[in-house]
Design a protein around this ligand. Structure first.
Ligand code: ZN
Length: 401
């Protein structure tokens, strides 16, 4: 016979759940926590005082209650004291942020990444340098509780190795290990696929809050995806799932960076759009070049309009396939796909009408990312906070020695 959870297991679980409430929901009164968590007042009080003693939350009188009687204390995360480092490595951009408990971006640095082979030492050195700069500006009582990175590529579950990243020109790169070593904080660096992490970010803090089944599509040079089913990210057997950009929509179509042909990203990605718009070459690339095509189409440029129509057709076909298979409540277009979708929504919708099955399509919501260019960075921060939320006191005891 298996023993049930011990009192200590239950307490640990409840501490994590309470911290998660204020981390995601912001300052919350004890009374609200009592009703939301389904625990009694004295339990909430005990949990809150443990988290307060650990320096993870603090309690304050609410500013005004508008009600008679003794007001319920408000529990807020110690955002300026407890933080993580979040890193984002995209084909064109490197970003580092110091993110406080509660999700507040306290400080950030960004740099342009020149397209070319993935230089591990140079890149990890630069990112760690940014983190050190930010760390030097913090007060003595602050504590870093985690670090995580979002990368544009497939990441092996467990060891943070970038297995493949055609748009970063990366293959078998021990990124998490190297970045952790250079940071020198004695903390492991978790690494995740950028689109997967952005999907989780939109699900916990963006347009997909409270949506249990959603698909997030992330456009950069290529297209990544994150599929959330029943509230959980679908990672697959080894964590490489969700590569919707390499779903073949046009066999015999354009050559893809992955070696196949006619993948969604080959037909919809940056290169396909710029080529159709006659803008390939001449050094133009990246998010700005894509925005310029969408702007030109808005102003009535026929070539740009045709290019968006072409790309929107393929995008709609890809989304129809995904919708038929996963029956999401919402599809979110993020990164560069935000602009592309806004410029080609009519095409996407007409393809959906043709190819998506009515029951899956009828109540589907198509939305653009709420976190915009920060979705991947916010996702990395949430990954870094994950172990703190799972076991707050143990993690804090470990990092503060
Ligand atoms: Zn491909």
């Amino acid at each position: 016979m298996r023993a049930g959870p011990s009192q200590e297991d239950i307490r640990r679980h409840n501490l994590g759940a309470l911290l998660r409430h204020v981390h995601l929901g912001g300052p919350t009164s004890r009374a609200e926590l009592t009703s939301k968590m389904g625990l009694n007042r004295s339990t909430i009080m005990a949990l809150t005082s443990d988290l307060t003693a650990a320096g993870l939350v603090r309690e304050e009188l609410p500013r005004e209650t508008g009600r008679a009687g003794r007001p319920s204390l408000v529990v807020r995360p110690e955002s300026s004291r407890v933080y993580v480092f979040a890193f984002d490595v995209g084909p064109d951009r490197l970003a580092v942020a110091r993110v406080g408990l509660g999700g507040t971006i306290l400080d950030r640095r960004e740099a342009v990444r020149r397209r070319g082979p993935f230089e591990l030492e140079e890149l990890a050195g630069m990112l760690a340098g940014f983190a050190r700069q930010m760390r030097r500006k913090t007060r003595a009582d602050t504590v870093c509780v985690g670090a995580a990175a979002a990368v544009s590529g497939g990441v092996r579950k467990g060891d943070g190795v970038i297995r493949f990243g055609p748009n970063l020109q990366a293959e078998e790169i021990p990124f998490g290990e190297e970045l952790g070593r250079r940071l020198g904080l004695g903390l492991p660096v978790s690494v995740g696929n950028d689109a997967n992490l952005a999907a989780l970010a939109e699900h916990s803090r963006g347009v997909g809050v409270a949506v249990r089944d959603l698909i997030y599509l992330h456009g950069d040079v290529g297209i990544g995806g994150g599929i959330i089913a029943g509230g959980h990210l679908l990672g697959g057997h080894e964590g490489y799932g969700g590569e919707v950009g390499h779903m073949v929509v046009n066999p015999g179509g354009r050559v893809c960076g992955c070696g196949s042909r006619g993948c969604l990203e080959a037909e919809v990605g940056e290169r396909a759009l710029l080529e159709a718009a006659g803008k390939l070459g001449g050094g133009q690339h990246g998010r700005d070049a894509v925005r310029a095509v969408v702007d030109a189409a808005d102003r009535g440029d026929i070539v740009a309009q045709e290019a968006l129509k072409r790309v929107g057709d393929w995008l709609g076909l890809g989304v129809a396939n995904l919708v038929n298979i996963f029956n999401p409540e919402m599809v979110i277009f993020g990164g560069m796909l935000r602009e592309i979708y806004l410029g080609s929504a009519a095409q996407v919708r007409s393809r959906m009408a043709l190819h998506a099955m009515a029951p899956q399509r009828e109540r589907l919501r198509l939305r653009t990312s709420a976190l915009a260019d920060d979705a991947t960075l916010v996702g990395a921060a949430e990954l870094a906070f994950a172990h703190v939320l799972a076991d707050p006191l143990e993690v804090l005891a470990r990092v503060t020695g």
